[in-house]
Design a protein around this ligand. Structure first.
Ligand SMILES: Nc1ncnc2c1ncn2[C@@H]1O[C@H](COP(=O)(O)OP(=O)(O)O)[C@@H](O)[C@H]1O
Ligand SMILES: [Mg+2]
Length: 327
């Protein structure tokens, strides 16, 4: 597959307002997006997603590192690079509030140097596709936030750039329109062959729309993988084991040492052990502990995990890892 966006070792530090301290918002981030791919940039609030998106679309300059779009370095040939990109940023809906829906589409088409006649058909298509036809003569400031967001995406689509950046596209809009936006984005990916980078803190949105995700936390990439792989990886590692009887003090002690995040519960007849292995081979160590006292095992089940739990675990493990390294 052919790379269209290449981000190499970018860093960005902000100075905190009214203080002499600095925030390392993006700390040595690298990833590649292939043509026609829809990539999810996932991470908790403050992870550095918006900063990354702003650097890719040239609204913010990185302190170091390089970004190329379609082979064009976005610092050396800023305008050429930006020609290939449209962005819809969080909160800032990039629209003229005192113009109507249709006027906004016409205005932004003109902005890209295209005549009204040239784009008339395309505008009609977009109004239909985004279900905005009945609102075409409505002023933007009278639309709901969800409608405004749809229009902002339609405006981005109008530019026909190869790469579209969407920062938190479903944030702050009603649930129903959120689903509609997701469906629109799925259609765009299927039919338009665009390359899309979506940032979100909502794993549901990312799982729904993206095949691959780059997960960032504290300005660093902690995972870059296909969602399918992440699911598989974690599914083989999460077990729920039911025991007849209970574990001895000694066994419980060993469990705490080897599997610090496990959960052990006991009631009268049965004990349950809920454990996530860091590697699937660790199952042998777990069995060694059970074997010590020949604890009878009633059942062993793999837990089904959802993407949200996986995301939480990945972020937590990364944080623990970082803590362990820095101490
Ligand atoms: N203009 C700014 N000035 C100072 N700090 C900022 C600024 N913008 C973002 N930050 C800080 O940089 C970090 C990353 O922010 P951001 O990129 O907005 O994260 P995200 O979009 O993932 O929530 C956060 O700690 C945030 O507080
Ligand atoms: Mg953000």
């Amino acid at each position: 597959m052919e790379a269209i966006v290449e981000v190499r070792n970018i860093k960005k530090t902000y100075k905190k307002r009214k203080s002499k301290t600095y925030v390392q918002a993006v700390n040595d981030v690298s990833f590649t997006v292939n043509r026609g791919e829809i990539l999810g940039l996932l991470g908790p609030n403050g992870a550095g997603k918006t900063t990354t998106i702003k650097m890719i679309c040239g609204l913010l300059e990185q302190d170091s590192g390089t970004i190329t779009i379609n082979g064009v370095n976005n610092r050396e040939k800023r305008l050429d690079a930006l020609n290939n990109i449209s962005a819809v940023l969080e909160g800032n809906r990039n629209l003229y509030w005192r113009l109507t829906v249709r006027e906004n589409l016409e205005y932004f088409a003109g902005n890209r140097g295209r005549s009204r006649k040239e784009v008339a058909g395309r505008i009609e298509e977009l109004l239909e596709q985004f279900h905005l036809k009945s609102k075409e003569n409505e002023l933007v400031n009278r639309l709901s936030r969800g409608m405004q967001q749809k229009l902002a995406i339609a405006v981005a689509m109008l530019a026909d750039s190869e790469v579209i950046l969407l920062d938190e596209p479903t944030l702050g809009i009603d649930v129903e329109t959120g689903y509609e936006v997701r469906e629109l984005l799925r259609d765009i990916v299927k039919n338009d062959q665009r390359t899309i980078i979506i940032s979100s803190h909502d794993m549901d949105v990312i799982q729904d729309l993206c095949e691959r995700t780059v997960i960032i936390s504290d300005g660093k990439i902690i995972t870059d993988d296909r969602i399918e792989n992440l699911m598989r990886l974690f599914e083989v590692r999460s077990y729920l084991i039911r025991l007849e009887g209970s574990l001895s003090e000694k066994q419980q002690q060993l469990l705490k040492q080897k599997f610090p995040h496990h959960q052990y519960t006991e009631d009268l007849a049965q004990a349950t052990l809920d454990v996530d292995l860091a590697k699937s081979e660790e199952i042998y160590e777990l069995f060694d502990i059970l074997k010590m006292e020949e604890t009878p095992v009633d059942s062993i089940d793999r837990k089904t995990v959802n993407f949200e739990q996986i995301f939480m675990k990945i972020v937590k493990e990364a944080k623990n890892g970082a803590l362990a390294q820095s101490s």
